[in-house]
Design a protein around this ligand. Structure first.
Ligand SMILES: *[C@@H]1O[C@H](CO)[C@@H](O)[C@H](O)[C@H]1NC(C)=O
Ligand SMILES: *[C@@H]1O[C@H](CO)[C@@H](O)[C@H](O)[C@H]1NC(C)=O
Ligand SMILES: *[C@@H]1O[C@H](CO)[C@@H](O)[C@H](O)[C@H]1NC(C)=O
Ligand SMILES: *[C@@H]1O[C@H](CO)[C@@H](O)[C@H](O)[C@H]1NC(C)=O
Ligand SMILES: *[C@@H]1O[C@H](CO)[C@@H](O)[C@H](O)[C@H]1NC(C)=O
Length: 798
């Protein structure tokens, strides 16, 4: 038995310089490697990034771009290729440099009769007894000393008896694996929570465990079925661990040198890491962004708001954007304590910081409330475990770091003075009464409307179609007279512009509110279907980079949409104009690009529906007072079901110059066709030139950009008026991302979440392939127009 074992080992050594198991006395020199039992991982010497220093690390064996998940001597590099990692008789690993000095060593107190060193299939390097595979008995393992990667099977947490802690820490930089500024650990204080710090400062909270998951920031990041999660809290230890449910999936969680935390999945087909989720997404994920007793909602134009019963600490001038929210809010009415307080229920919140909280697993909900009420310094309470609504979690300090969710989130009961609560309830009741009245009126109007519409239908179409058009419209209906008044009977002086589907007018309601009225031309392509499509879609969308719909109006065969009025017109009004383009310096343009990307990301991924816009272009990007971009015109948008990613149509509608080749020629549209249009838009923003109508010998704008890119002169794309206002690396990154977006093959184009990360400089950029040239000459049919007006057109696909 023993003999055979050594024979196998021996033949293995002869064949190759890679080993699968190491026994005392053996060593690994620079250039040799140890591979895991099933050949998933490999250990050896490497130099990170552009560094020349040598480190011992573990990486995925079968992933071509070397992804290092663990480093032994992260603080103590070796400066030449003479390093040797040897395994001693005591089962201790030591790393020696050329002067035979120990630069790093493993540390064990236990040892065994037959110690061996092995790299397990999980990526865990272990020193153990040859015959003992029980993880409890490993006498040393690399999983106890994580670096920047959190792999399935690793533990994150603290041994409460010995104080030993396992935590994630970032690299200093891509070239230096030494411990950087950022760390992710379970903070055992109060009720344990996962916390990211920069130095000693908390910068981000993944929150506390609620029985199912960490009360994480982002909605719709429910636990993924890809993983099983474990959170253990008892008097001996607290830890968190996740395991992959499917062993053929390769996944890791990593913290990069700038503290960004992301989960990656390996895409075998594309041979690249795909970002599965990102922890930090908006300002609401910044710890305590809104200060005490305030909640943060990234979809509000001003994300912070005081909780009910609280007021802003520093008095304001009414300009909510200029407020420094770090002050937070204070009680409007001081607590009365023993003489009468009560609790106001808040729903769909991420629970506040629990670092000073107190918890009891077995307490009932009622007991929890009573306990909190009894203690004057208790500010709030909540369920500990949302699975069965059990347990008790109490707060004794200021409540800080709460995000509002549109779905998910938890209930939190916040202490208020009884008098304050009564006042709030009275207000709410009267609001409800008002609402009831409004609803009653709406019902009457809606019924009237329905009757009118049914009559209309009867006249126009057969009754057979009637049923399928019944859609709920939860929107204010404006009466025709109001709109005629507001727009001065659609006077020419109020005309804002003209689109493929009709005219847009500015209007002013009696109470002084400005509106934009989109009056659909009667002979336009947009029929009642498209109209209803637009209304029902936008009603469900709320995002600061999408234009807001106030309501609609129907009179006879007149149909109108009432939008918020944006004083700064649309993006094309600025970027393509020789004088107005100076108003958009690089900083503003970057802001616009970023905003459009966020709006589009919301449409594609984050809203409850999956929406393909299909007609993204400069004239559909409106600008508000502060030049924030808002995507408009959803007349062509298509809603996709949960898993659907692609659709085909015979009726290709869109705009020349922005359409992806697969859409223009074959009628295939998907999120990737919007990504294409986004890429075109970014190039237009950088160059100040229209994609359509740009002519340079045989090239269109995309071809021009591509030529300069491969000739390594991309900076020549930048518009002259930008002067020195731009940051070269930022512009280059934008050009690079734009070229990735307009690649010929839809599957090569990034999705919008990758685009945002790339724009933020948080992701490495692959080389783009040739763009999908789309020149009007190639159009299969349809009229060709020499005018520069960017009308949305309709062509029949082949
Ligand atoms: C080996 O390591 C020791 C301790 O870190 C250091 O002082 C010495 O200079 C190193 N030798 C070489 C050749 O790098
Ligand atoms: C090894 O661990 C012991 C206690 O666990 C500690 O006192 C000692 O300093 C450690 N040695 C090294 C080299 O880390
Ligand atoms: C596991 O993942 C692979 C690759 O993603 C997939 O083909 C397979 O169907 C998955 N198996 C299960 C049981 O989900
Ligand atoms: C937790 O609550 C239970 C039930 O009310 C009680 O019996 C127990 O003593 C409490 N534990 C602590 C530590 O307060
Ligand atoms: C209220 O709770 C705090 C924090 O747990 C505690 O220090 C204090 O003794 C409690 N007061 C009373 C009256 O129970």
């Amino acid at each position: 038995m023993e003999v055979i074992w050594y024979l196998v080992l021996f033949s293995f050594i002869l064949r190759t310089s890679t080993l699968k198991i190491i026994t005392p006395g053996q060593s690994i020199k620079d250039g040799e490697t140890l591979i895991s039992v099933g050949e998933s991982f490999e250990l050896g010497f490497f130099s990170p990034g552009s560094s020349k220093s040598r480190y011992v690390g573990i990486w995925y064996k079968n992933i071509p771009s070397r992804t290092v998940v663990w480093v032994a001597n992260r603080e103590a590099p070796i400066f030449d290729h003479s390093g040797v990692l040897s395994f001693g008789n005591q089962g201790i690993l030591t790393l020696l440099n050329s002067t035979k000095t120990v630069v790093w060593s493993s540390n064990t107190s236990r040892t065994a009769q037959y110690p061996v060193l092995q790299l397990l299939e999980s990526g865990n390097l272990v020193a153990k007894d040859r015959n003992d595979n029980n993880p409890q008995n490993f006498f040393w393992q690399s999983f106890d000393y994580p670096c920047d990667n959190f792999l399935p099977g690793m533990k994150l947490g603290k041994d409460l008896v010995t104080g030993f802690e396992r935590y994630i820490s970032s690299w200093k930089s891509a070239d230096d694996p030494a411990q950087g500024q950022y760390s992710l650990r379970i903070d055992p204080h109060g009720f344990p929570q996962l916390v990211a710090r920069k130095g000693s400062q908390v910068v981000f909270r993944l929150g506390s465990w609620n029985g199912l998951y960490f009360s994480h920031r982002k909605p719709n990041t429910k636990p993924s079925p890809l993983y099983s999660y474990q959170f253990v809290l008892d008097k001996n230890e607290v830890y968190y661990k996740c395991e992959l449910q499917n062993s053929s999936v390769i996944s890791r969680y990593a913290m990069n040198p700038s503290g960004l935390m992301q989960r990656f999945l390996w895409n075998e087909r594309k041979q690249e890491w795909e970002i599965f989720s990102t922890a930090q997404t908006d300002q609401c994920t910044v710890y305590g962004f809104c200060g005490a007793y305030a909640s943060c909602n990234p979809d509000r134009s001003s994300p912070c708001a005081c909780l009910e019963g609280f007021v802003h600490k520093s008095p304001t001038s009414g300009d909510w954007n200029s407020i420094d929210w770090s002050d937070g809010c204070i009680r409007r009415t001081p607590l009365a304590c023993d003489s009468g307080d009560s609790f106001l229920k808040h729903t769909r919140l991420e629970l506040p910081d629990t670092s000073k909280s107190w918890a009891n697993k077995s307490m009932s909900f009622k007991e929890c409330e009573e306990l909190c009420l009894r203690n004057c310094s208790c500010t709030a309470y909540a369920n500990l475990d949302i699975r069965e609504g059990t347990g008790c979690l109490l707060w004794f300090n200021e409540l800080i770091d709460m995000t509002e969710f549109t779905e998910d989130g938890q209930d939190l009961y916040i202490r208020l003075a009884k008098s304050e609560l009564d006042q709030l309830q009275r207000k709410m009741k009267s609001k409800e009464k008002r609402k009831a009245v409004v609803i009653a009126i709406s019902i009457i109007i809606a019924t009237g409307m329905m009757v009118t519409m049914v009559l209309l239908y009867k006249r126009k179409k057969n009754l057979s179609n009637e049923g399928k058009h019944k859609e709920k419209m939860e929107l204010p209906l404006f009466d025709f007279a109001t709109i005629v008044n507001a727009t001065d009977n659609f006077s020419t002086s109020n005309k804002l512009g003209q689109g493929g589907f009709g005219h847009v007018y500015k209007g002013m309601l009696k109470e002084g509110k400005e509106i934009a009225v989109k009056r659909l031309s009667k002979d336009s392509g947009q029929g009642l279907d498209e109209f209803k499509n637009e209304v029902t879609l936008i009603v469900k969308l709320q995002h600061r980079n999408l234009v807001k719909l106030f309501g609609f109006c129907i009179k006879g065969d007149e149909r109108m949409l009432i939008y918020e009025y944006l004083p700064n017109k649309s993006l094309d009004y600025f970027i393509f104009d020789k004088t107005r383009n100076k108003l958009l310096d690089w900083h503003r343009r970057m802001h616009v690009i970023d905003g459009i990307a966020r709006g589009l990301l919301y449409l594609h991924h984050d809203s409850r529906l999956r929406i393909i816009h299909r007609d993204l272009k400069a004239s559909n990007i409106l600008l508000d007072n502060s030049m924030n971009p808002k995507i408009s015109d959803f007349g062509l948008a298509r809603k996709f079901g949960g898993d659907q990613t692609e659709d085909k149509t015979r009726r290709v509608v869109g705009t020349y110059g922005y359409m992806s080749p697969e859409y223009a020629f074959h009628g295939c549209f998907s999120m990737k066709s919007d990504v294409f249009s986004f890429g075109v838009l970014v190039l237009e923003i950088i160059t100040g030139k229209r994609s359509r109508g740009y002519s340079d010998h045989d090239h269109n704008l995309l071809g021009h950009a591509w030529r300069l890119w491969i000739e390594e002169r991309p900076l020549e794309l930048i518009e002259n008026t930008l002067g020195d206002s731009y940051i070269i690396t930022e512009v280059l990154r934008c050009i690079h991302v734009a070229l990735l977006c307009v690649q010929q093959r839809p599957e090569d184009r990034p999705n919008m979440s990758s685009v945002l990360l790339m724009l933020g400089g948080e992701s490495t950029l692959p080389q783009p392939n040739q763009p999908g040239y789309f020149i009007e000459k190639n159009l299969p049919s349809g009229k060709q127009s020499s005018s520069l007006n960017e009308f949305t057109i309709t062509i029949e696909a082949r």
